[in-house]
Design a protein. Structure first.
Lengths: 189, 233
């Protein structure tokens, strides 16, 4: 955290290598958030680039008093993901209509790279599929808490909602996700 | 404490996080064990949580970092452009000072090893020649230093003798033993040398002093004729 603050200061002084260090330190985490939210590798990559582009442009507005740099970056990522979700809502409705048509296509593999299939285990793959069926507000809460292991206070800062709402969303998200998995035929062993 | 299905659902995360009080925990367990609806719910959410926590972070594509850096810092240069970029990077004043001092140090070492800058030869850079030249230079420096120290000693001796003659007391730092102005060379008790051998020694020293004073004009003026005449019988 201290190192992040120092790198940010160096970035503000025009140090390109400090920015490169920041990108290397956070790119994997940001990519994972984007991937878990969208369930699509290509989209996650594009969104990660957009996140860093936005962070690069607005890094001067970051204040350490508002929390760690990682939390601030997660907040930027979350806002961008919600924007992306709203922007592509119409496309998804069209896609779901297309899916309803009798087309011979494996829905599980659409938009996913072969190496991603190898990376995800069976349960992970099923959980990932279930995540994308969750509403965005519940999805982001579950991702931040159970996949990114953030504390409730950090999630509260990222989502800009009271802690009670954070807890409620996480709880509802977990229950909803479990139900989706049950509907998918995944039963606890 | 009575516990309902709604409470179970609402407090499920608290139960899984282990933040329920003792009484709540007991009531929760009692209800879940007896409720057909809540038992599978708790089991499935617990299973889900273990699945979520076992999900590892995915490796980001290697090109992601480079794409981000290209979009933010600009495209990275390659080939001769990268070399030029590197040269531009080191072309700072700090680097120039460092390079200059390194070059000066090298020049001093090469010159000290006897390398002739006017007529440079490749043979001079051979280790054997460098060693030989360095050895020669070191001996020369030593010989010059020794000569310089000896010269200083002679001058110091002359100065002390002149002070003796003119009655100026010598400084405590003087290396030459202090002698009384009345004392004459050849005797320690102040009496005139009696034997011809002693007289010759005194005359010899006086002559040497005259020769040195003539060679060094700085001291020549201070050697008054009277002072010297006193020595000459």
């Amino acid at each position: 955290m201290e190192q992040d603050a120092q790198l940010v200061q160096q970035c503000l002084q025009g140090d390109g290598s400090a920015w490169e260090d920041l990108v290397r330190r956070h790119s994997r985490r940001i990519f994972n958030i984007c991937y878990r939210f969208t369930g699509n590798g290509t989209e996650a990559e594009d969104l990660s680039q957009e996140v860093f582009l936005r962070v690069y442009r607005t890094i001067g507005s970051y204040r350490s008093a508002h929390g760690g740099f990682a939390t601030w970056m997660t907040s930027v990522t979350r806002n961008l993901l919600i924007d992306h979700y709203r922007r592509t809502k119409r496309d998804r409705i069209t896609d779901s209509l297309d899916d309803a048509m009798p087309v011979v296509e494996n829905k599980e593999s659409s938009g996913r790279r072969p190496d991603e299939q190898l990376l995800l285990g069976e349960l992970s793959s099923q959980v990932q599929s279930a995540l994308t069926k969750l509403s965005p507000e519940l999805r982001e809460a579950v991702i931040l808490r159970d996949l990114q292991q953030l504390e409730y206070a950090e999630i509260q800062r990222v989502l800009s909602v009271p802690e009670g709402t954070v807890k409620s969303r996480i709880n509802r998200g977990r229950i909803e996700l479990a139900r989706i998995l049950q509907q998918m035929g995944v039963r606890p062993s | 404490m009575t516990w309902t299905c709604e409470q179970t659902e609402a407090r499920l995360s608290d139960y899984l996080d282990g933040v329920l009080t003792g009484a709540e925990q007991t009531a929760f367990d009692a209800h879940v064990n007896a409720c057909e609806r809540c038992t599978p719910l708790v089991a499935s959410v617990s299973h889900l949580l273990s699945g979520l926590h076992s999900m590892e972070q995915i490796e980001a594509p290697p090109r992601l970092v480079y794409s981000i850096l290209d979009k933010t810092l600009g495209p990275r240069e390659s080939g001769w452009r990268a070399v030029l970029g590197w040269v531009r990077g080191v072309a700072s004043i700090r680097f120039a000072y460092g390079a200059l001092s390194l070059a000066a140090t090298l020049m001093i070492f090469v010159t000290a090893s006897g390398f002739n800058w006017r007529h440079p030869k490749v043979a001079d850079l051979q280790p054997v020649n460098i060693y030989r030249n360095a050895d020669r230079q070191a001996h020369l420096v030593y010989a010059r230093g020794t000569k310089f120290v000896n010269d200083l000693r002679v001058v110091s001796e002359i100065q002390s003798r002149m002070r003796e003659d003119s009655g100026i007391p010598t400084t405590p730092e003087s290396t030459v033993p202090e002698a009384s102005p009345e004392k004459q060379p050849g005797r320690s008790d102040g009496s005139q040398p009696s034997s011809p051998k002693q007289q010759n020694r005194a005359n010899d020293i006086t002559r040497q002093l005259e020769v040195l004073a003539a060679e060094m004009p700085v001291f020549a003026g201070r050697l008054s004729g009277a002072a010297i005449a006193r020595r000459v019988p």
